[in-house]
Write a protein that binds this ligand. Structure first.
Ligand SMILES: Nc1ncnc2c1ncn2[C@@H]1O[C@H](COP(=O)(O)OP(=O)(O)OP(=O)(O)O)[C@@H](O)[C@H]1O
Ligand SMILES: [Mg+2]
Length: 351
């Protein structure tokens, strides 16, 4: 029976021993991949070039067919979904933008909405909204230009807008932000995360950038050469407990520092059984130690202490009413708690 993906419903994606061997190749490009991406989650796939990341995406929308195993979206096997209907219900941002050169930016974005028969005014409204979202303003100027009249990074943003156009429940994104400068990239990462939380899209997101994966991913899948899954877990669990030497090398020897980016001061303070005693108001006011609010990350706090060459900082509550003094030593202990597999705390961080 052929079915479609319900566009109103966010769906899980399940890889069940998914394997792809390209014709004439001795080794699989994706080897026996099994993992579940829960509905509404964003899974980052990272791994070396040629590790099977793009192939994994192509298998989901059946631009490449599985050699064996299965992939299910919701509870339906992709084999039971008409490939054309399947692709229309999946937003796909390809590695090399793939815009149609003879169509304007607005026409490129409107492709899927047009195919599924949205009326003109709805398409125009959506196109403008998306151009705004990806920061291509003034909208009127960008809408009527052709892809070759845009920079590489701007074209990439059109690719993202196009994939989002019909508001698909599933998004496949192949290094979508690769061509963007760091500031635009950080903005668009934040916007995409907010959007994802608001509409609960299930997303597979490929990136070469481990920091991007840590920031964006609810989960991270690390593919090793030959399309073998090395580890699948939350970024925090992977940084804290790399499954093997490959993962350890891949996440980098600064994984202890990276872990600090995932932990807010509030969280590390709440987690510790012996939370430092609150400072008196008078002490807090008199102190000239650098200050940071508890919503900041442990990494931001460490950076603040380093910049100020201070061996301690003051952490204030959001209201500013309460304050605790934290030594850098204590900050490192708290931030790195459970960071090492053996439960030991990394030392010699140079501070
Ligand atoms: N159409 C094809 N026919 C034969 N082999 C292919 C084909 N497409 C990809 N491959 C091979 O499959 C393997 C995985 O390729 P894939 O494009 O999935 O890697 P990737 O992880 O996306 O790499 P990159 O980070 O460079 O984009 C590579 O060894 C590649 O050479
Ligand atoms: Mg690729």
């Amino acid at each position: 029976m052929m079915t479609t993906i319900d566009p109103e419903q966010s769906s899980s994606i399940v890889f069940d021993a998914a394997t792809k061997v390209y014709a004439g190749q001795p080794q699989p490009a994706v080897d026996n991949l099994s993992l579940t991406i829960e509905a509404g989650e964003l899974c980052c796939i990272v791994g070396p070039s040629g590790g099977g990341k793009t192939t994994t995406l192509l298998l989901v929308n059946r631009l490449v067919e599985l050699t064996s195993g299965d992939i299910r979206i919701g509870d339906r096997s992709i084999h039971d979904i008409d490939p054309i209907a399947l692709r229309r219900s999946i937003g796909y941002v390809i590695q090399q933008t793939g815009l149609f050169p003879h169509l304007t930016i607005a026409e490129n974005i409107a492709l899927i909405p047009q195919i599924i028969d949205w009326d003109k005014s709805r398409i125009k409204k959506r196109t403008n909204e998306l151009l705004e979202l990806v920061g291509l303003t003034p909208v009127e100027s960008f809408a009527k230009r052709y892809p070759h009249e845009l920079s590489g990074g701007q074209q990439q943003r059109v690719g993202i807008a196009r994939a989002l156009a019909a508001n698909p429940p599933v998004m496949l994104m192949d290094e979508p932000f690769g061509a963007l400068d760091p500031i635009t990239r950080a903005n668009i990462q934040d916007e995409f995360l907010a959007l994802k939380d608001a509409i609960g899209k299930t997303t597979i997101f490929i990136t070469h950038d481990i920091d991007e994966a840590i920031k964006m991913g609810d989960k991270m899948a690390i593919l090793q050469e030959g399309g073998v899954l090395a580890q699948y877990d939350t970024p925090e669990a992977i940084l804290a407990h790399p499954a093997n030497e490959f993962v350890e090398r891949f996440v980098g020897n600064d994984r202890g520092l990276k872990l600090l980016t995932l932990r807010t001061l509030k969280r590390v303070l709440n987690q510790t059984p012996n939370r430092p005693a609150p400072m008196s108001r008078a002490d807090a006011q008199a102190s000239n130690l650098p200050r940071i609010t508890e919503t900041a990350t442990a990494q931001a706090a460490l950076s603040l202490a380093l910049n100020a060459r201070s061996s301690a900082i003051i952490v204030t509550s959001e209201s500013g009413k309460d304050a605790v003094e934290l030594s850098v030593q204590r900050l490192l202990e708290l931030g790195a708690a459970n960071a090492a597999p053996s439960g030991t705390i990394p030392t010699g961080a140079g501070v």
